[in-house]
Design a binder for this molecule. Structure first.
Ligand code: SF4
Length: 494
């Protein structure tokens, strides 16, 4: 995925996870199951979705811009995706119908058969690899970094499909959780640091792979385990087997999954996300106490941390801000004037709770600071006598290059200002962020091991766990070529 600085309509000023993946093997209604899984993963990407199914050696694909429901709740669409295996993807970063070529799963026909691939993460050396591949004659159909993998698999000199895939993943860097569908197997792969999540589940006699456990819950599948960092799990009619081709390294799972990206009802790496978020609030209350009458979450993402803060501090929790859940990302393309009103469409102050009260607002993070400023204005306008803000993560001071939509560094408020300046800009009486050690403690660690951090926390510390070869030139040199015809894919595009 490409790093971008898109101002979505009524921008909520959050970092956004760019993708979610799902795959199923051995279920009679594979496409319908995949649609359900994608529906549960919708928070990981709202702008496009796709499913590729496999039936008797023939692949079927449907990809569409929009929410999963928009196309994949239609029986006609699901009926056109027959078979007992399927792979699906939800995506954040597509911006319009013209970008349908970037919607995943990507599909390719090889001499050995078809392959559909869904990717969560970002390859940090994709541009360099793409340049080499184009020089060698590869024709790219999309601007997605994931397509680099498709070509690396095609150019491998190895004979077996699995060897070709292994060959390809040895050449890529960055974050990748992949779910791939070949004619005879469903394959899940996680990068050697395990930056992005991927779980294995059991569904009746079949098997599923998913970015988060919530995608298993929706269909009653049982969680088997997280796919391990660097593991390749191969699922066929004999069930799953694994290979571990990478040198073992300490894991660097994305700690921001616990802060914000993952759904609170997911369990990732044996930690319940909701519990971690509540403990984050408890840590925050211990580290940065404040005298106040109410703890108010910025909904919805600030809710679990605000509950933890309220319980640890003894200050009552109240819903002083109400969120309108029906404001879509594509409501209208706003003018600057309308954009200014946007936050009020999404959040409204609950005046009867706030008037005359000293309020502690709890939010998960501050990115540009635009929404925080408007929320504080709104809470003051509703009559709060004091407004204090507590942030359930350390200051976000660096961009993410691992599959999260992040503004350039200079647009991150915390990259340009210290905490006192930020408090003044946002207009609060006091502002405090969780410490990095507090965040680690909330996950169950004793604190951050500075010599060997237990997570990726690069957006807080700038310590990126992989090389960032493409970072400077990202977005350049993406030559486009005609799409070659395929002969075993039946595709419908919305
Ligand atoms: Fe997660 Fe931040 Fe690391 Fe990106 S840089 S993977 S958001 S912890």
């Amino acid at each position: 995925m490409m790093m971008a600085d898109r101002a979505a309509p009524f921008d909520d000023d959050k970092l956004h996870e760019e993708c979610g993946c799902f795959g199923v093997w051995g279920h009679g209604d594979a496409a319908a199951v995949t649609a359900l899984g994608l529906h549960a993963l919708q928070h990981r990407g709202q702008e496009a979705a796709g499913i590729v199914s496999l039936n008797g050696g023939q692949f079927y694909s449907h990809r569409a811009v929009g929410l999963v429901d928009h196309d994949f709740s239609k029986r006609s669409v699901i009926d056109a995706l027959p078979g007992q295996a399927a792979v699906g993807h939800v995506r954040y970063s597509t911006t319009g119908a013209s970008e349908i070529r970037n919607v995943q799963p990507l599909y390719a026909d090889y001499a050995f058969g078809g392959l559909a691939i869904a990717h969560n993460g970002n390859l940090t050396n994709a541009m360099g690899l793409k340049k080499r591949l184009v020089n060698e004659g590869s024709l790219f159909q999309s601007t997605s970094d994931t397509e680099v993998l498709v070509h690396l698999i095609a150019r491998s000199h190895r004979q077996e499909v699995l060897d070709r895939l292994t060959d390809a993943v040895f050449q890529i860097e960055g974050a990748w959780s992949l779910v791939a569908l070949f004619a005879d197997a469903l394959i899940g792969v996680r990068d050697p640091l395990g930056i992005r999540p991927l779980v294995l589940g059991r569904l009746g006699n079949g098997w599923v792979l998913a970015s988060e456990t919530v995608a298993l819950d929706i269909m009653g599948a049982e969680l088997v385990r997280d796919v391990a960092p660097g593991e390749i799990v191969i699922i066929d009619d004999d069930g799953p087997r694994s290979i571990h081709p990478f040198r073992e390294q300490p894991q660097r799972f994305c700690v921001f999954e616990y802060v914000y990206f993952a759904r609170p009802d997911s369990v990732l790496e044996n930690r319940g996300v909701y519990e971690v978020r509540k403990r984050i609030g408890e840590e925050l209350a211990k580290e940065s106490p404040v005298g106040a009458d109410l703890v108010v979450p910025v909904p919805d993402s600030g809710v679990p941390a605000a509950i933890g803060f309220a319980q640890a501090s003894g200050i009552p929790f109240e819903l002083g801000i109400i969120r309108n859940h029906y404001v879509g990302r594509t409501f209208i393309e706003p003018t600057d004037q309308i954009r200014h009103l946007g936050v009020k469409l999404k959040h409204n102050a609950n005046r009867s709770m706030l008037a005359g009260k000293r309020v502690v607002l709890v939010d998960d993070s501050i990115v540009r600071g635009t929404t925080s400023t408007k929320i504080v204005e709104m809470v003051r306008a509703a009559g709060a006598s004091e407004v204090h803000m507590r942030i359930a993560s350390p200051p976000t001071t660096y961009s993410c290059f691992y599959g999260v939509d992040t503004p350039e560094r200079e647009k991150l408020l915390a990259a340009r200002h210290d905490v006192a300046e930020m408090a003044e800009l946002i207009g609060v009486d006091s502002l405090a962020f969780l410490s990095i050690d507090g965040l680690y403690r909330a996950t169950g660690e004793a604190g951050r091991n500075n010599r060997q951090p237990q997570f990726c926390d690069a957006c807080f510390t700038g310590e990126y766990p992989t090389p960032l070869r493409d970072a400077v030139n990202r977005g350049e040199g993406r030559a486009e070529h005609a799409t070659p015809a395929t002969d075993s894919l039946v595709e419908t595009v919305a």
